[in-house]
Each structure stands twice: as C-alpha cells, then as structure tokens.
Design a protein around this ligand. Sequence first.
Ligand code: GDP
Ligand code: MG
Length: 177
Amino acid sequence: YGDASQKIDYVFKVVLIGDSAVGKSQILARFARNEFSLDSKATIGVEFQTRTLVIQHKSVKAQIWDTAGQERYRAVTSAYYRGAVGAMLVYDITKRQTFEHIPRWLEELRAHADKNIVIILIGNKTDLEDQRAVPTEDAKEFAEKEGLFFLETSALEATNVETAFVTVLTEIFNIVN
Ligand code: GDP
Ligand code: MG
C-alpha cells in the first residue's frame, strides 16, 4: 500500500454513494487498509481515506469519500460531490430495494457532480449468493443502458474490490491523459 516518500502525480477524488448498510464503508476499508468488519458501525465523522497506486508508471492518490450516515434521500450535500472525478454507486445484491433506489442516486449524482464523472455500479455482498435478490443480468442491463461500469463485489471476501477501484481510477487516468 501507499509509499509516503513517493511523489504524487495525480489526486483523484472518488465518492461512495448508495443506501445505508450496502457495504460502502467496508468496501472502503478493504481498499484503503485491507480490513473488514462484520459489525461495522454506521459511519460517523471520517470523511475520506486515501491510497496511492501506480497506474501506467504514474502515482495516483485515490481520495475516497464515504458518506457519514447521510444516506437519506437528498441529505448528501453538494460539498460531498464537489471535485469528484469518480463515483461508486453501491447496492446490496441481497436487498432488492437498494437496487431499486439506484436511479435516484444516479439522478442525484448527475445533478450535483461534474458531467464527465466516471461512474461504476457495484452490487456488493456476493458472498451471500444464497440470499441473492438482484439478478446479475438486471444490473448489467441497467448499467449498459446508463453507460456505467458494473461489477459485483464482496468486501468480506475481498472479491473484485481492488478491480472496481482500479477500473474507475484507470478510466479517470485515461480521460485526463
Ligand atoms: P454502509 O452503511 O453502506 O457504509 O455499510 P457498511 O460498510 O457499514 O456495512 C453494513 C453491514 O454489511 C455491516 O454489518 C458489514 O459488515 C456488512 N457487509 C459489508 N460488506 C459486506 C460483504 O461484502 N458481505 C457481507 N456478508 N457483509 C458485508
Ligand atoms: Mg458507512
């Protein structure tokens, strides 16, 4: 993980959004610190975490913002979106409602964020396959229609979390280069 002595070529702000309890904070914990907690408290206070990666020989500092329990509709303020070049739109594959709320989050994102923001739709908790309520195909179809990247992840098992961030950061990198 990040080497403090490294020179930073880019800083990219990426925001995590989606309903409460879908796993946003655990996805971030997995990416930033390779940690996971099953009894994670609702996020309070901490605004963002960073991790520096190398993309095409440049060091890219990802500054990942996590909602501080503001997941109620329209409670996320525009300051949260300001300057964001990437967004991860997260739902829980075991909770249909969290997927049904995605268009709302997308609308909010499009209202507040830069119009060139790179967005990835993430279906989290694939380790709970036996409780799946959202077919992969439904989400894939929605993502294609809306022009979003799409991946299913498990923060618990560390499946695809790294890939999800690398996908977004690489796309942003390619846009600015
Ligand atoms: P947030 O409100 O979106 O930030 O959600 P949290 O990250 O706080 O996670 C909510 C709950 O879901 C916690 O109990 C987490 O441990 C659990 N959780 C998060 N990600 C996963 C996952 O990939 N698999 C499983 N089984 N549980 C998860
Ligand atoms: Mg949280």
